[in-house]
Design a protein around this ligand. Structure first.
Ligand SMILES: N[C@@H](CCC(=O)N[C@@H](CS)C(=O)NCC(=O)O)C(=O)O
Length: 213
């Protein structure tokens, strides 16, 4: 497998954490992508091979051993889940995917905000940013209400893809200074996250800025 990757991308981190959890990280050839900061509002020079494999030209793009490029984190995670014999989706997949979708939509809002912050400030739209903040608030509130589904802590069982995605969303919220602390009013999520973030798969995939060239 080959993965077009950067440590700044929470979508890409889902694939990294899932692969580390099932012991397949070493089987993936990592292709570090470079992104000029103007990626948020214009077509940029893509890392060699990215657009050729995935004309959408986004990361993650996971190229399977059979040569199929999966240009979406959910599809890449489903591929890893199949390789793991379904261990990443767990015993109640519909319930898991329903929580996953909330955390995934939350990450999408975070990345829309990131792109908006990269635009020249005179083009930045406060109402658009607020719309994403409102979505993020609703999603974290919904996750808090379902915190009994966050079972996996710093060691023990394999986490499912919903737990992985919630953990990454929380971590991204901490990383970007223009995102608010998700903890106030959400004690169950906060307690779970303090333990989950200590997993080796999370500790060895901490976000870092993407090279621009
Ligand atoms: N729904 C996609 C979203 C992927 C995505 O938006 N990736 C961002 C990085 S976090 C990207 O490649 N952005 C570049 C662009 O939009 O030009 C997924 O789950 O993989």
């Amino acid at each position: 497998m080959k993965l077009f990757w950067t440590p700044a991308s929470p979508f890409t981190r889902k694939v990294s954490v899932a692969a580390k959890e099932i012991g397949l990280w070493d089987k993936i050839e990592i292709i570090q992508t470079k992104w000029p900061l103007s990626w948020g509002y214009e077509t940029v020079q893509f890392t060699a091979g990215l657009a050729e494999n995935n004309p959408v030209a986004r990361i993650p793009t996971l190229v399977t051993d059979a040569g199929h490029p999966l240009g979406c984190s959910t599809l890449a995670c489903q591929h890893l889940d199949r390789l793991s014999g379904g261990r990443l989706s767990g015993p109640d997949p519909d319930r898991m995917w329903s929580l996953y979708a909330i955390a995934d939509g939350l990450i999408e809002a975070q990345i829309l905000m990131r792109a908006e912050h990269l635009r020249p400030s005179e083009y930045r739209m406060e109402s658009f940013l607020q719309k994403q903040r409102d979505r993020i608030t609703r999603c974290f509130d919904a996750i808090e209400a379902r915190a009994d589904e966050l079972q996996t802590k710093k060691d023990g069982n394999l986490p499912n893809l919903a737990e992985i995605t919630v953990g990454i969303a929380a971590s991204y919220q901490d990383w970007r200074e223009w995102l608010e602390d998700f903890r106030p009013g959400r004690p169950s999520l906060s307690n779970w996250y303090e333990s989950f973030r200590m997993r080796p798969s999370m500790q060895t995939s901490e976000p870092a800025e993407t090279p621009e060239a």
